[in-house]
Design a protein around this ligand. Structure first.
Ligand code: NAP
Length: 291
């Protein structure tokens, strides 16, 4: 019997396309405006995964012509010092987007810091004003990862209206805004979490299944409806028997790819889309200021 393999939702290719569009736009506008868009990524401490994400974001900025005003602070930096920096960036005319790379060291209050960012420079879309705009269905800066998932689904013309969508995970960063965006697109949305009972029967009802958990291979083929669209937000570093480390998602890819109609790879799925939307949000704030 022939084993079917799901079609890929190629986030890497789409992110590249978005970068090219943004690059063309910034090149054209810079001449008129007299400055490029600017993004400040703030990182505290030496978390190697965070350092890699920050490098990635700054590299992407350079590629599309966004100026980076990033700052790397030592672990012992105080809340007051960071708040002062955010206040200065809020006032800085060259800066259109501000992002605090999470997680922060334990002595810092990330929610209080995010609340200090000017909502119009909130490139990550996590400020309560922007989350509130999402709840109300108003225009605003949208959280990058769920907005990246929505853009990917749109690119592949995945119908959402009236479909059963299941989001596994309810974080403020991914799960909750993801569910709201699917609802905005007229899907019928269920959110599952660590206290949900019989996860399998919930995930099996999904036409669109989004996993944002942080547990490698939690969702297996038996938990997925045949023909579903499966999006894996999870990014988990695992070490195999030979000691080699690799990145895997929350979906057991090898088995699920033979059940699903569409599936995102990890890496190369949602990760690059998150960065593309971050740049898009920065350019949107720039455009709002200069037009
Ligand atoms: P998080 O804040 O730890 O939230 C995880 C969510 O999963 C929680 O809501 C938790 O439920 C739920 N959960 C945990 N175990 C579960 C289980 N066994 N069954 C069902 N639900 C369970 O994580 P996050 O920030 O949302 O990130 C989730 C994953 O996405 C991580 O792997 C992260 O690295 C990745 N991520 C990727 C990108 C990207 O660009 N690709 C961006 C952001 C995050 P409770 O609320 O009940 O605890």
């Amino acid at each position: 019997m022939e084993i079917k393999t799901a079609k890929l939702l190629d986030g890497k290719a789409l992110a590249e396309k978005i970068h090219q569009e943004l690059s063309a736009l910034t090149t054209q506008l810079q001449v008129k405006v007299g400055r490029p868009p600017g993004l400040a990524v703030l990182m505290v401490g030496d978390n190697p995964a965070s350092a890699a994400y920050v490098r990635n974001k700054e590299r992407a900025c350079a590629k599309v012509g966004i100026a980076s005003f990033g700052k790397h602070f030592p672990t012992e930096t105080t809340q007051a010092e960071l708040e002062e920096m955010i206040a200065a960036l809020n006032q800085d005319e060259r800066v259109d987007g501000i992002l605090v790379q999470l997680p922060l060291p334990d002595h810092l209050d990330s929610v209080a810091l995010l609340n200090k960012i000017d909502p119009d420079k909130d490139a990550d879309g996590l400020h309560p004003v922007n989350l509130g705009r999402l709840v109300r269905g108003e225009d605003g800066l949208r959280s990058c990862t769920p907005a990246g998932v929505m853009r990917l689904l749109q690119e592949y013309k995945i119908p959402l209206q009236g479909k059963q969508a299941v989001v596994v995970g309810r974080s403020i960063l991914v799960g909750k805004p993801m569910a709201l965006m699917l609802l905005e697109a007229d899907a019928t949305v269920t959110i599952a979490h660590s206290r949900s009972q019989d996860l399998s029967s919930i995930t099996k009802s999904a036409d669109i299944l989004i996993a944002a958990v942080g547990r490698p291979g939690l969702i297996t083929a038996e938990m997925v409806k045949a023909g579903a669209v499966v999006v894996d937000v999870g990014m988990n570093r695992v070490t195999d028997a030979s000691g080699k480390s690799r990145l895997v998602g929350d979906i057991h890819w090898e088995s699920t790819a033979s059940v699903a109609e569409f599936i995102t790879p990890v890496p190369g799925g949602v990760g690059p889309m998150t960065v593309a939307i971050l740049l898009q949000n920065t350019v949107a704030s720039y455009l709002k200021k200069v037009s």
